[in-house]
Ligand binder design. Structure first.
Ligand code: PGA
Length: 254
């Protein structure tokens, strides 16, 4: 089996000014490993994406945190895939639980956005994950499977291979509470089995599945030591350049 290249993706959410972002990128740009060893992606605010894209070195990837699925239209406040690629954006985060929770993102819109992303050559990172209630009811795998099946509905094998999945239990996001590496790995294995049902084992074995939720430089090693965790989607601990580089370094040693 071909080794899956680990991914360390930072999700800056609604943090950082343009000045903060520039300072970060100057500190990190030349220090990240070759993209064949670790894929480093930063999901940033769209207002300074262009500024960062202009200064990005080849091994650091940049993406937006959301976009609309429509080509264009009367959607005040939204950003299209075409607008993103036009300024050099290569990656897009889709279906983050905060988008699902606060901005009415649904499994259906997630699916439409994945299709739009692939149509425009944007690499999507698609988030799935369960609430604490679901976890405690023992229904995590079932619920996450529905999210996966709906997200990938109508997505070809070729496009599935280009898609990155992020498993983020909602109760672990920004709470300091991480899933144990074993629990995270079990759910990620179950997601891989879901993908195998859809696309066959060979394809499923090549799709990168990340863990997200209170990942930091202290817990990253144990998470990455698990068989099926291919990297991390990181919020809080991706805001500081040194902390981000430590996460990347851990992945480089995976
Ligand atoms: P956190 O956020 O690392 O701050 O928990 C993760 C995420 O929301 O992607």
């Amino acid at each position: 089996m071909k080794k899956r290249v680990p991914v360390i993706a930072g999700n800056w959410k609604m943090f950082k000014t343009r000045d903060d972002a520039l300072s970060f990128i100057y500190q990190v740009n030349t220090k990240v490993p070759a993209k064949e060893k670790v894929e480093t992606i930063l999901f940033v605010s769209p207002i300074y994406l262009r500024t960062l894209v202009k200064r990005q070195e080849d091994d650091l990837r940049l993406g937006a945190q959301n976009m609309h699925f429509a080509e264009e239209g009367a959607y005040t406040g939204e950003v299209s895939a075409n607008q993103l690629t036009n300024i050099g954006t290569t990656h897009i985060l889709i279906g983050h639980s905060e988008r699902r929770q606060y901005f009415a993102e649904t499994d259906e819109t997630v699916n439409l956005k994945i299709k739009t992303a692939h149509k425009h050559g944007l690499i999507p990172t698609v988030c799935v994950g369960e609430s604490l209630e679901i976890r405690e009811a023992g229904k995590t795998n079932e619920v996450v499977k529905v999210q996966i099946v709906k997200a990938f509905d109508g997505i070809s094998k070729e496009d599935a291979l280009k898609t990155i999945v992020a498993y983020e239990p909602i109760w672990a996001i920004g709470t300091g509470r991480t899933a144990t590496p074993q629990d995270a790995n079990d759910t990620i294995k179950s997601i891989r089995a879901d993908l195998a049902e859809l696309y066959g084992q060979k394809v499923a074995d090549q799709i990168r599945i990340l863990y997200g939720g209170s990942v930091n430089p202290k817990n990253i090693k144990d998470l990455l030591a698990e068989s099926d965790i291919d990297g991390a989607l990181v919020g809080g601990a991706s805001l500081d350049p040194q902390s981000y580089l430590q996460l990347v370094e851990a992945a480089n040693n995976k």
